[in-house]
Design a protein around this ligand. Structure first.
Ligand code: UDX
Length: 442
């Protein structure tokens, strides 16, 4: 069975590559000629552990090809996956112009039995609209399926090949069977293949991300409260996590969630509610709490320096929105840096893989340092925004020697506050007991 995946962004490339790696014949298509040229030359446009090796091997075996040519790759495809971006528009809703352009282009080229599979995260109702538009354009019924992705950046290959579940939205069971067959190599007994209606599948994607975002905003708010009442959020987290109904996952407090999914999807679902004359109060709060949380470190730094950051040098460790990715979309570090610069501080930054992306945004407004110790050179404080492993075991004596003033603002709770006290290092984290930099809760 031939498969064409349209869009060689993060989701499309991982999907196409993993399907090819299971022995299937996959063409990845993108209108960006430069990108396709680079992929054909073995250059992978994104940082994702394990992906380069997988692309190279399957490309060499000719199971995975890259093209810009619709006419050559759509007519022979039994399944056409659409994985184009659906960026957030000005009003918070998902911008579907990329998706509609693809639908118009492929309509006259589709095989009789082709299934169009929407992998992009799209507002509820989009699969139904796609089916209607394809019927208009082709004069026949074209099968359409929703197949939301649940890939985490940094762990995408594992998430694709060992999924917790596979969700498809269909209007005919036969379409689900074809998709089940494609995903057979990745299905294990305990990890179900769930076929449902279009709208349910579309909602599943949003509800999953919004639930996870809700957990994070909830624990962040509780962490801020812990600081005021002398509780330690790490202890509280353990205290609640053993209740199997609550669990331990996604309850790590920090500097707020970022990335391409949570912020966008929370806002998109708020819009979906608006469009249906409903108000999602919970989601509005999740979004607001997250915005506030991104300012927590900046606020603590501001107060530590008595409201005057001008002339101070602040090192920022970690720029990506989370470790194992170079993605800086909605990254909390950018919010912090913006505040520091606007207060007149000098900023020295380090990230193992994301500096190139930040350079493209900030140019020479900050100093980019090869090593995180270099970033701390002469600094009045270190602020940690991303929990890269290499930040977890600093040589404190060396660091103290490098810094002008050894104060650590830890946005990811990497260190034990008692151990820091013993070392004589000024330290603040998120939601820790006895923190004299308690986050204002208003
Ligand atoms: C997420 C979903 O996990 C994935 O299923 C979906 O397909 C896309 O969105 P991703 O954005 O790659 O994946 O990152 P994820 O690992 O989920 O983390 C998102 C953000 O939440 C990061 O900024 C992370 O630092 C933050 N986070 C996560 C916390 O602050 N605390 C936690 O306990 C977990």
């Amino acid at each position: 069975m031939k498969i064409t995946v349209i869009g060689t962004g993060y989701v499309g490339l991982v999907t196409g590559t993993c399907l090819a790696d299971s022995g299937q014949d996959v063409t990845c298509l993108d209108i960006d000629e430069g990108k396709i040229e680079r992929l054909n030359a073995g250059e992978i446009p994104i940082y994702e552990p394990g992906l380069t090796e997988l692309v190279t091997r399957n490309h060499a075996a000719k199971r995975l090809t890259f093209t810009t040519d619709y006419a050559a790759s759509i007519p022979s495809a039994r399944c056409v996956f659409i994985a184009v971006g659906t960026p957030q528009g000005d009003d918070g809703s998902a911008n579907l112009s990329g998706l509609w352009a693809v639908v118009e282009t492929i309509a006259p080229l589709l095989a009789e039995n082709a299934i169009v599979v929407i992998k992009s995260t799209v507002p509820v109702g989009t699969n139904r609209k796609t089916a209607a538009r394809l019927a208009e354009l082709t004069g026949r019924n074209v099968d359409v399926a929703s197949n939301p992705e649940f890939l985490k950046e940094g762990a995408a290959i594992d998430d694709f090949t060992k999924p917790d579940r596979i969700v498809v939205g269909v209007d005919r069971p036969e379409v689900a069977e074809v998709l089940k067959n494609i995903h057979k190599p990745f299905l294990r007994n305990e990890h179900p293949f769930l076929a449902m209606g279009w709208e349910s599948a579309e909602m599943t994607k949003y509800v999953a991300n919004c639930m996870l975002a809700t957990k994070i905003s909830f624990i962040n708010e509780m962490a801020n409260l812990c600081e005021h009442v002398g509780a330690d959020v790490n202890e509280v987290r353990r205290g609640i996590g053993h209740d199997a109904r609550i669990g331990f996952k996604f309850l790590f407090p920090g500097v707020g969630y970022g990335g391409s999914c949570f912020p966008k999807d929370v806002r998109a679902l708020i819009r979906v509610a608006d469009d249906n004359d409903m108000t999602c109060r919970m989601l509005a709060a999740v979004d607001e709490v997250n915005d506030v949380q991104k300012h927590v470190l900046g606020e603590k730094l501001y107060r530590y320096f008595d409201g005057d950051l001008s002339g101070k040098t602040i090192a920022v460790w970690g720029l990506a929105f989370k470790p194992r990715t170079d993605d800086i979309r909605e990254a909390p570090a950018l919010v912090l840096i913006d505040r520091l610069l606007s207060e007149g501080a000098s900023v020295r930054v380090h990230d193992p893989v994301a500096m190139k992306n930040v350079k493209a945004v900030l140019g020479d407004k900050v100093a980019f340092c090869e090593h995180h110790y270099d970033a701390a050179e002469g600094a009045d404080a270190v602020a940690i925004c991303t929990e890269w492993n290499e930040y977890r075991m600093p040589d404190w004596e060396f660091l103290r020697h490098k810094m002008k003033n050894c104060a650590i603002f830890d946005g990811r709770n990497l260190f034990d506050p008692a151990a820091m006290r013993d070392l004589g290092i000024w330290y603040t984290g998120i939601g820790l007991a006895g923190d004299d930099m308690a986050t204002p809760t208003t």
